[in-house]
Design a protein around this ligand. Structure first.
Ligand code: NAD
Length: 281
């Protein structure tokens, strides 16, 4: 079977797990071949490159000559930063390549970017894959949206230290270290939440895109001194009934800001691209 040729932008926590899975560690056989690695930190590329058995021939630290190396791949995986979505995903789509986007928050934060991506992918007949990331329940939300969803509420619960340095918390004069029991720091729309709590941006974006959009999706942010993990609870109501999902996320060892589940969801998406039978919506 012909292997799907892949280029990866971002050799951090998620990119490293993805590349190792493509390389075939454990029992993984994704039916893919790694053609290039890009990262603005050359030492990150080097570390990852060394750890791979089948080493990609092309490594780069910027988007120069991107058009040339895009001819080598069928799929570009962005797992770098919001800025990288415009810098790499748009040119890849324009060259007719499929794209997987992990920095999904970019689609909520940059006005018009989602519509631009949608337009180019339709024109070029390309697919854009957005993994579920650090949340679960996206499948149910997508199905529910067909029949009509009335409300979606995302509640994020973290230990108070998880909000250290947050400008909104400072502005509100909240003393994180005097919090003794669960305290709600914010309630509002997903659109507002990503402005005040950029740490929540990817989760809010995935839910908004799958459900009822960034204005109607509600977000509640809670600091809980008894919390150990970063918890996301999703509650949705619609014609289908009610959905409630709670994920207690283990942080990635390489980047504690990223949940391990986010890297796994990217690998699962790659698996679903190359495997003929698709389970789940
Ligand atoms: N969808 C989700 O639920 C979800 C969950 C966690 C993280 N993320 C997002 O996925 C992305 C990757 O996360 P991570 O934990 O692997 O991050 P990371 O910081 O561990 O790694 C990112 C890597 O990308 C590189 N990079 C950043 N911008 C670049 C650019 N413009 N050009 C080239 N290289 C660039 C950095 O040097 C770094 O090595 C982030 O944007 C993060 O917000 C999404």
């Amino acid at each position: 079977m012909t292997k799907i040729r892949v280029g990866v932008v971002g050799c951090g926590a998620i990119g490293s797990e993805i590349c190792k899975a493509i390389d075939g560690y454990g029992d993984a056989d994704l039916g893919m071949e790694l053609k290039f690695l890009i990262d603005s930190h050359p030492e990150r590329i080097e570390k990852l490159h060394k750890s791979l058995i089948k080493k990609p021939a092309i490594i780069k630290s910027d988007s120069m000559m991107l058009d040339e190396i895009l001819t080598e791949v069928d799929l570009l995986v962005e797992c770098a930063s919001q800025a990288a979505v415009r810098e790499f995903a748009i040119p890849a789509l324009k060259r007719g390549k499929d794209v997987m986007i992990l920095s999904v928050g970019a689609l909520l934060c940059e006005d018009g970017l989602f519509e631009e991506i949608e337009r180019i992918s339709k024109e070029k007949g390309c697919k854009v894959y957005i993994p579920s990331g650090a949340v679960a329940g996206i499948d149910g939300l997508k199905s529910g949206a067909i029949g009509g969803i009335r409300s979606v509420l995302l509640t994020t619960i973290k230990p108070p230290s998880g909000f250290e340095g947050n400008a909104y918390v400072k502005e509100k004069g909240i003393d994180l270290f005097s919090i003794e029991k669960e305290e709600t720091l914010f309630t509002g729309s997903a659109k507002e939440a990503v402005r005040y709590f950029p740490e929540n941006v990817n989760v809010a974006a995935s839910l908004s895109l799958a459900g009822i959009g960034p204005e109607a999706t509600r977000v509640k942010i809670v600091a809980d001194p008894s919390a150990v993990e970063n918890v996301h609870e999703i509650e949705a109501r619609g014609e289908f009934g009610k959905l409630f999902v709670r994920v207690e996320n283990v942080p990635s060892r390489a980047n504690p800001k990223t949940s391990y589940l986010a890297a796994l969801s990217a690998i699962a998406t790659l698996k679903s691209i190359s495997y003929p039978i698709r389970v789940g919506t």
